[in-house]
Design a binder for this molecule. Structure first.
Ligand code: GRF
Length: 201
């Protein structure tokens, strides 16, 4: 079975990355996790990926003279691994229009809100403070505007009257870990089918 070569970009804990990794271990899953790249040398997710024998790379953004130099290196690593889909998972760097254009339609992100609500940070606190009764997460394509690309999949949970930003984020994470592997599966299958169509035309 042909599998889509995938990279996951992280900055921290890496629980979404692990959910993707576990899904890719299934024989029928249409994507393979080829590389995990972190912009933070201390990201806990790096060790977890290594334990599973996944190639990891650290590109410490602080050591680059500007965003473009960092992204040029990121681009080189992705291209040399023949990556077809990039999944940002808790990756705390904004990608520039240059990178987004180069990887157009190939970069996914997970955001902890029901987009288009609450783009940016502190989504759980903002949802509670707005008196919302439903919260959720969105897997979406990245485009040149923050948290604004086409939505692939959303999952929602109820906000309970005694929820704090912490309790809400913990409950939502369970949904995120289901959502990202499902969204990647959908996009990878679409890519496989479009390649098969191109071949037969
Ligand atoms: C997730 O809640 C994700 O939605 C947000 O950052 C968190 C990353 O967690 N963008 P992890 O690194 O996947 O554990």
């Amino acid at each position: 079975m042909h599998k889509i070569k995938t990279a996951v970009l992280i900055s921290g804990r890496g629980s979404n990355m692990m959910a993707i990794l576990k899904a890719t271990q299934n024989n029928d899953y249409p994507a393979k996790l080829n590389i995990v790249i972190s912009n933070k040398p201390s990201a806990e997710g790096l060790k977890k990926a290594e334990e599973f024998g996944i190639k990891t790379v650290v590109l410490d953004h602080k050591t680059y003279k500007n965003r473009h130099e960092f992204e040029k290196d990121l681009d080189t690593h992705l291209r040399s691994a023949n990556i077809q889909i990039v999944c940002c998972a808790g990756f705390m760097r904004i990608l520039s229009p240059w990178f987004v254009e180069r990887w157009k339609g190939k970069v996914l992100n997970i955001h902890p809100s029901l987009l288009p609500k609450y783009k940016g940070l502190n989504t759980h606190k903002r949802a509670i403070e707005s008196g919302d009764t439903i919260h959720g997460c969105s897997v979406h394509f990245i485009n040149s505007e923050l948290d604004s690309g086409k939505i692939v999949l959303q999952k929602s949970i109820e906000i309970l009257s005694d929820d704090t930003p912490q309790s809400l984020s913990e409950r939502l994470l369970i949904k995120e870990l289901e959502a990202y592997p499902q969204a990647l599966k959908k996009i990878a299958n679409e890519l496989i089918h479009s390649k098969q169509l191109n071949k037969s035309n």
